[in-house]
Design a protein around this ligand. Structure first.
Ligand code: COA
Length: 147
């Protein structure tokens, strides 16, 4: 059983990242555009178990490219990958994501669906929201802890 992961930054051209996203049906066409940071998740046994990415949108972030490699799914790693990726954010902006397949996964880890009308312009302007993902895709925002 895996107990922890470490995130290592990788460039958008990383072959493992591309292959994992392609196999999961996630977008790869904008990986090398500016303003994106990608991570490889490595287990405590030095195995690559998944990937993730963050895209800066003004003060906010788009969480993207979240994938657990198929043989490692269902072990809590997706949750750890998302938590580790979001910890790396600076500032106080909000985290958004867009998904066509995994809204129920993200709702178990603190995201809620939001309407397009409530999403900041810089997030709507990302390639993922403006052209790559269908307009029917679900947009979600990380819930802020109640104070
Ligand atoms: C979505 C994905 C990242 C989940 O990874 P994972 O490592 O299997 O997830 P975890 O084991 O950490 O699961 C965390 C929780 O979400 C639930 N969950 C996992 N996948 C789910 C899914 N597809 N639908 C609903 N719930 C899901 C788990 O049951 C678990 O809940 P629990 O803690 O109450 O038991 C993985 O299925 C994947 O890589 N899918 C393909 C790529 C994708 O769709 N990425 C998201 C778009 S950005």
């Amino acid at each position: 059983m895996l107990s922890s992961i470490t995130l290592h930054e990788v460039p958008g051209i990383d072959a493992g990242l591309r292959e994992a996203l392609h196999a999961a049906g996630l977008p790869t066409e904008d990986l090398e555009d500016e303003g994106r940071t990608f991570f490889k998740a490595v287990s405590d046994e030095y195995q690559t178990v998944g990937y993730s990415g963050l895209e800066r949108c003004g003060d906010d972030y788009l969480l993207r490219s979240v994938v657990t490699l198929p043989e490692h799914r269902g072990l809590g790693l997706g949750r750890m990958i998302v938590a580790g990726t979001l910890q790396g954010r600076g500032g106080s902006g909000d985290a958004f994501l867009v998904t066509t397949t995994a809204a129920s996964f993200f709702s178990t880890i603190g995201f809620s669906e939001v309407s397009r009308a409530s999403v900041p312009a810089a997030v709507l302007a990302t390639r993922q929201l403006s052209s790559i993902c269908p307009s029917s895709a679900t947009i979600m925002k990380l819930n802020r802890p109640s104070t």
